[in-house]
Write a protein that binds this ligand. Structure first.
Ligand code: 5GP
Ligand code: ZN
Length: 112
């Protein structure tokens, strides 16, 4: 979808859209959130455009768990949130499916 910022990131137009890529598979892309809620806050998106989780192919979900495991391992976080919003009323700002992977800082690293 031409006007979608996440589709632009998938197409590699990183000069237009800020993006630090973390993991890429055939079906998915993970990159750092531009406005992170914690250090290492990442977004995982399907490479096909769909606004809501119910709009995209089932096989995207099989990619999520191994990517989540890689991201969690890379951050070293012992605790984390995985969130996914569908629709403006549900606080979705970017209308391209995405999972938020939000590591919680470990106790010894301070509050947050
Ligand atoms: P939502 O509220 O739709 O679930 O979350 C959208 C997320 O996308 C937000 O956390 C926001 O910071 C992030 N975001 C919005 N625009 C960009 C961008 O251009 N690049 C990156 N890396 N993240 C973005
Ligand atoms: Zn899109």
């Amino acid at each position: 979808m031409a006007s979608c910022i996440f589709c632009k990131i998938i197409k590699g137009k990183s000069s237009e859209i800020p993006c630090f890529k973390l993991v890429e598979t055939e079906k998915s892309l993970a990159f750092l959130d531009i406005n992170p809620l914690s250090r290492g806050h990442a977004l995982v998106i399907p490479k096909v455009h769909g606004e809501k989780l119910t709009d995209i192919p089932d096989d995207f979900l099989t990619d999520i768990l191994p990517i989540a495991k890689k991201l969690v391992k890379a951050t070293g976080a012992e605790e984390y949130n995985i969130l996914q919003n569908n629709g403006r009323g549900a606080h979705q700002e970017v209308p391209h499916v995405h999972f938020h992977m939000i590591p919680k800082p470990n106790q010894q690293e301070g509050l947050g």
